[in-house]
Design a protein around this ligand. Structure first.
Ligand SMILES: [Zn+2]
Ligand SMILES: [Zn+2]
Length: 246
């Protein structure tokens, strides 16, 4: 299974999992044209698009996806906060229930962010095993079993953020907001340690802050901690993810 990263930052987020037969989209923060290009214009193979929350870097193009006949799913709270003018509306999904879309089983759970009803996903497919997807959450109250791949936010480091407040790059209010809405390197480490990583192949770090992050440091530290292959999510990259390492 291929993972195409079409955006991963506070300006736009979109991830596409796809093989020859089917595709699943996570987040609608890039145009439908970008999605079409990533799929060589075979968008009829899309089984659905899942959105974590209403912030525009994740939901800006929901209406375009709906117009292209793609089903868009999220929590009820998120959908209530996305303005859709057309007749086709996103579908509210139940959390803590496994739902099937093509060969993908999707299970949504609560995350912790400054919006109405943010969610994360466990996505299971016979080719990839169980993938954890969690972004824009300052911590995760759940732990998960049988994970084979992890896509998770690593937005900032406490020390870089504090340094930026000291030198005036980031104001105090913004520091407060970041801490109450995004995941730090330090919290990510605790989160990973709370889960069984024995079957995990890939850890993909999402939504890094330009000012308050350091991709080399984050990659190094998470590699050292976990022994897993760590990739920094960046617009335009493609990763092969499978159930087993090879
Ligand atoms: Zn975001
Ligand atoms: Zn957000």
């Amino acid at each position: 299974m291929k993972l195409s990263i079409l955006g991963s930052s506070s300006s736009s987020n979109c991830y596409v999992l796809h093989n020859d037969k089917e595709a699943l989209i996570i987040e609608a923060g890039v145009t439908i044209q970008n999605v079409k290009q990533a799929l060589d214009f075979k968008i009829s193979k899309v089984v659905g698009c899942f959105v974590t929350h209403e912030h525009s870097d994740h939901s800006k193009y929901v209406e375009q996806y709906l117009k292209a006949s793609i089903d868009v799913m999220s929590s009820k709270g998120t959908i209530d906060n996305i303005v859709i003018k057309g007749n086709r509306k996103p579908l509210a999904i139940d959390k803590y229930k496994t739902l099937q879309y093509g060969g993908f089983k999707v299970y949504a759970f609560d995350t912790q962010h400054d919006c109405q009803e943010p969610i994360g996903f466990l996505i299971n497919h016979e080719e990839i095993g169980t993938l954890l997807f969690a972004t824009d959450t300052y911590y995760l109250k759940h732990t998960f079993s049988n994970l084979t791949n992890i896509m998770i936010e690593c937005n900032y480091s406490n020390s870089i953020l504090d340094e930026n407040v000291k030198n005036g790059t980031v104001n105090y209010m913004r520091r407060k907001r970041v801490k109450q809405s995004h995941m730090s390197l330090q919290t990510l480490k605790q989160t990973l340690q709370a889960n069984d990583l024995s079957k995990v192949n890939n850890i993909i770090l999402l939504h890094l802050s330009k000012e308050n992050g350091d991709e080399n440091l984050f990659k190094d530290e998470i590699e050292k901690l976990t022994g897993c292959k760590v990739t920094i999510a960046k617009k335009g990259i493609e990763i092969i993810i499978n159930k087993t390492p090879f």
